[in-house]
Design a protein around this ligand. Structure first.
Ligand SMILES: O=C(O)CNC(=O)[C@H](CS)NC(=O)CCC(=O)C(=O)O
Length: 276
């Protein structure tokens, strides 16, 4: 059994404030026994669309990233965290999901492949591709203290193929650092996390941004940890938008048991539909 934490807080446009918030989450979750701490998408900052390009930095010059790496090393925990990162396009950066080990080293850096370009009349309009370059690959799952972890991000959760590919490559746990809209979050967030967990028979960790980031930007929160049976083991509430986290145990034996009892991965009809 390995205790892990899913964090929730409200990032704003100031890196140092966001670093303070996640440092508190990392310290307190580690004190509670967590060995891996998952933080939301865009934890370094969430700002108005026209401010994103000027705030986005190379990882080496991002004081938020350097601060989280130092904290992970100081406390001796692994951290998954979403941040912005410059690309070769001066106007648009990557939406990066970093996995940092307990030495403070970045052991994987996944660039979100599905961008949130959505226009719901009377609801959400957000064009992520205006500020972001899509990634072009999925990375192999990484061996961590809580087993093999596959990295995805937020809107990627609507594309079950990506989860399935990581499961096929050995993932026992999938992390989706997120900043879901309130409207889509209320309707879909928990169902999507639980669906991916049930289909892939993996733990699914949804660290989540919460609350009012800018005048027009609000996130749903409800950070949660789901087990391979689809049970919500832990979740943060949306009553307070203060930095917080929820905790649950990852049990590698339970993954094995469920996969033996219901061997969906061996029962795919790839004679009828394509292998991913
Ligand atoms: O770029 C940033 O600052 C942070 N990125 C995000 O918040 C991204 C892109 S706008 N949000 C989502 O993907 C929400 C998905 C969602 O809400 C859904 O799938 O329903």
């Amino acid at each position: 059994m390995v205790l892990v934490a899913a964090g929730q807080f409200c990032a704003k446009a100031v890196f140092s404030k966001n670093l303070e918030a996640v440092s508190g989450i990392i310290t307190d979750a580690a004190k509670a026994g967590a060995r891996m701490i998952f933080l939301p998408e865009a934890s370094d900052f969430i700002a108005k669309a026209d401010e994103v390009a000027s705030l986005t930095k190379p990882l080496a010059q991002n004081e938020f990233v350097q601060g989280v790496r130092a904290k992970a090393k100081e406390i001796g925990v692994w951290v998954s965290v979403g941040v912005h990162e410059t690309s070769s396009d001066p106007k648009r950066g990557f939406n990066s999901h970093l996995l940092i080990d307990s030495s403070g080293d970045i052991v994987s850096n996944y660039h979100k492949i599905h961008l949130f370009d959505v226009d719901i009349p009377g609801g959400t309009r957000l064009m992520e591709s205006g500020t972001t370059v899509p990634g072009d690959k999925l990375h192999d799952p990484v061996e961590t203290p809580a087993g093999k972890l596959g990295l995805l991000t937020c809107y990627d959760i609507r594309f079950p193929e990506a989860a399935q590919v990581l499961r096929t490559r050995g993932a026992g746990m999938l992390a989706y650092p997120s900043a879901f809209m309130v409207r889509t979050g209320a309707a879909h967030w928990e169902i999507l996390l639980r669906s991916r967990a049930i289909e892939t028979q993996t733990y699914v960790i949804g660290a989540a941004a919460v609350g009012q980031h800018t005048q027009t930007r609000v996130s749903w929160g409800h950070a949660m940890i789901v087990d391979p049976w689809g049970t919500v083991l832990a979740q943060c509430n949306d009553v307070s938008h203060e930095p917080t986290f929820c905790l649950a145990n990852v049990d590698l034996d339970s993954i094995r048991t469920i996969r033996v009892q219901m061997p969906v991965d061996k029962q795919r009809r790839t004679d009828i539909y394509p292998t991913l």
